[in-house]
Design a protein around this ligand. Structure first.
Ligand code: GCB
Length: 594
């Protein structure tokens, strides 16, 4: 496996071909694919779009809910050996994959939400068709993230039993690229920005696979060169820097070239926003100015396409976020497709980037049936931690240069109230701090059992993130006043122990059926959703240490079936097809002045 995760681009030195389109697929419920050598050709396949989440494309329940091994296959053609390396880049495969080129194993990857790249130069044939065969597995367990288990039905069929509240969409859900790069190439880069009055310094580091000289350039939006520096490490000075902000997301271009005298060996261009983000005196500062975080927890989720990235859906989401005066979203509960971050850079929306560490508590009904499962004492924990660490590394390596990314979230709702949880997470926080050159603030989201009296892991966080459901899972409907009292009491508790850390809400919300209205309100009605949010805002505005509110959820989304869900989670401010519920107008008006 090569270490480059850089998003593919085309120029005189490097290029790519998209392998998106119709592939062949075959389920392997008896696990006979390996024995029968399906890597040499699928015996009984059907066509399937790539990228896609296969589940919602089918009309048969057995296919939608398929859990186990399945295979994908396609062919590609390479016409000449032009001395470049050939890389095969998957945006993600959920959850694990073994990749074969012309029947020979090229590599494997565990983890369904980050890219992986295989150098297949020695496995391809020129002037001939080449076959890619992939054995994929979408089972959940307790060693990989997200966590869950598998149930085997009496007919032998397996179904996924997630310990989390979103549908276990899987398959090749992101784009596949065949990338050609020079033998000596740019592998990675990072930048750290400091502001000096009106000027900025961009310290950069570039990793290449060779020893030749590197030159770095910065261009403004009109293409004028504003700075240049020679060396694999250096500083680009920018006079009168045009800062990136949520109101004015101005992007420069940074370009790296590997040169040998006059000869250009490789070149890689990327967008760059000049901004700083830090926590000072309990406040978030963007470019040294305080910013209050307003927005949403989201999912990659839409009708028919499931978790597949789609530019039009993403554009609509950014338009709705901006319409409602939001400035931030959390990539609950996994790193999203790279295009989300590129668009957020352009649109001026901030991102809290979350690793898929969700379901670290044995519960099949969200947290409602979980308490004290002692998740972090299981023998599976060392393996889980290894995979968690790898997912963190892949997320931070991939996303570290985006101006939109302001923080990393290391977990969602694990059992943080045991010493073993602290011991599990401590090295992961240390590792994340080491990995991120910009030293962004770190956090993790916690549910109600992790409160000021019990939570041990908040101390690892630079800011505290709470998922709270007073007035929904607890003290709902006629007891909303009691919910407010309990909520205020908890906030008094946090006030005592935050010790300069800002606190934000990463989730709060109630399921709301878009067609339901009732006066006086009842739970599930649009009127109740408004009353619920009004109660939260009343409380939040009374506590100075609260520095952000991300409601749950941006839109209704698909989950596993069960008595807790009506064909999915309905806590959306927007419906699944992106039309507003009444609460959208409440948020829009609040966030206009907040
Ligand atoms: C949570 C989870 C989120 C669920 C949400 C809910 O605490 O973090 O994944 O979807 O509650 O709606 O119950």
């Amino acid at each position: 496996m090569t270490t480059t995760m850089l998003y593919p681009c085309v120029n005189a030195c490097r290029n790519f071909a998209s392998l998106d389109g119709l592939w062949q697929m075959q389920f392997d419920p008896k696990n006979c694919g390996m024995e029968e050598h399906w890597e040499n050709g699928l015996p009984d396949s059907f066509s399937i779009p790539v990228p896609s989440s296969f589940a919602d494309l089918f009309t048969e329940r057995e296919k939608r809910d398929y859990c186990g091994d399945f295979w994908y296959e396609t062919k590609f053609y390479l016409d000449s050996d032009d001395t470049k390396d050939v890389l095969l880049r998957f945006g993600s495969i959920t959850h694990r994959a073994d990749v074969y080129i012309n029947g020979v194993k090229a590599g494997s990857h565990e983890g369904g939400f980050t890219p992986f790249v295989l150098n297949i130069t020695d496995l391809v044939k020129y002037g001939e068709r080449n076959r890619i065969s992939i054995r994929i597995n979408n089972e959940l367990n307790e060693t990989s993230i997200p966590c869950g288990t598998v149930k085997t039905l009496s007919d032998g069929r397996k179904i996924a039993a997630p310990y989390f509240d979103f549908f276990n969409y899987s398959g090749i859900q992101r784009s596949v690229h065949l990338v050609r790069v020079p033998k000596e190439s740019i592998l990675d880069y990072d930048t750290v920005i400091t502001l000096n009055n009106d000027d900025a310094d961009i310290s950069y580091r570039v990793k290449t696979s060779g020893e030749h000289e590197v030159i770095a350039y910065l261009f403004d939006r009109k293409g004028n060169k504003v700075s240049e520096c020679t060396g694999k490490e250096g500083i680009l000075h920018v006079q009168n820097a045009h800062l990136w902000s949520t109101e004015d997301p101005y992007l420069y271009s940074i370009v790296f070239r590997i040169v040998n005298d006059d000869q250009e060996i490789d070149k890689y261009p990327a967008k760059l926003g000049i901004r700083t983000f830090e926590i000072k005196d309990g406040r978030f500062l963007l470019n040294n100015k305080e910013i209050y975080l307003k927005g949403y927890g989201k999912h990659e989720d839409f009708e028919v396409i499931g978790r597949t990235f789609n530019y039009s859906v993403a554009k609509r989401d950014f338009e709705l976020m901006k319409w409602s005066n939001a400035n931030c979203f959390r990539t609950s509960h996994y790193p999203y497709a790279e295009e989300w971050y590129q668009m957020a850079d352009e649109e001026g929306i901030l991102i809290i980037d979350e690793v898929p560490a969700v379901g670290m508590m044995r519960s099949l009904m969200n947290f409602a049936d979980a308490k004290d499962t002692h998740f972090f004492t299981a023998p599976t924990v060392p393996e889980l931690q290894k995979n968690h660490k790898a997912a963190l590394e892949e997320m931070i390596t991939r996303d570290k240069n985006h101006p939109s990314v302001i923080a990393f979230s290391i977990y969602n709702e694990p059992e943080t109230y045991y010493q073993e949880a602290y011991d599990y997470f401590k090295p992961l926080f240390d590792y994340a701090r080491e990995l991120d050159p910009q030293k962004r603030p770190l956090t993790g989201a916690v549910e109600l059992h992790s409160n000021p009296n019990t939570c041990l892991c908040y101390k690892l966080c630079d800011f505290v993130s709470l998922n709270r459901y007073y007035g929904w899972y607890l003290l709902g409907g006629p007891e909303l006043n009691e919910a407010e009292k309990a909520f205020r009491k908890e906030m008094e508790g946090w006030k005592q122990i935050l010790d300069g850390r800002p606190l934000i809400f990463t989730e709060f919300g109630g399921d709301t059926y878009a067609s339901e209205h009732k006066l006086p309100s009842v739970m599930w009605s649009q009127e109740y959703q408004n009353e619920y949010y009004e109660m939260y805002f009343r409380v939040m505005d009374d506590f100075d240490f609260i520095k952000g509110e991300l409601v749950w959820n941006f839109a209704d989304f698909q989950t596993t079936e069960g008595i807790m869900r009506v064909n999915g989670n309905k806590k959306g401010i927007f419906t699944r097809n992106r039309q507003p519920k009444d609460a959208a107008f409440l948020l829009k008006s609040r966030w206009n002045h907040k």
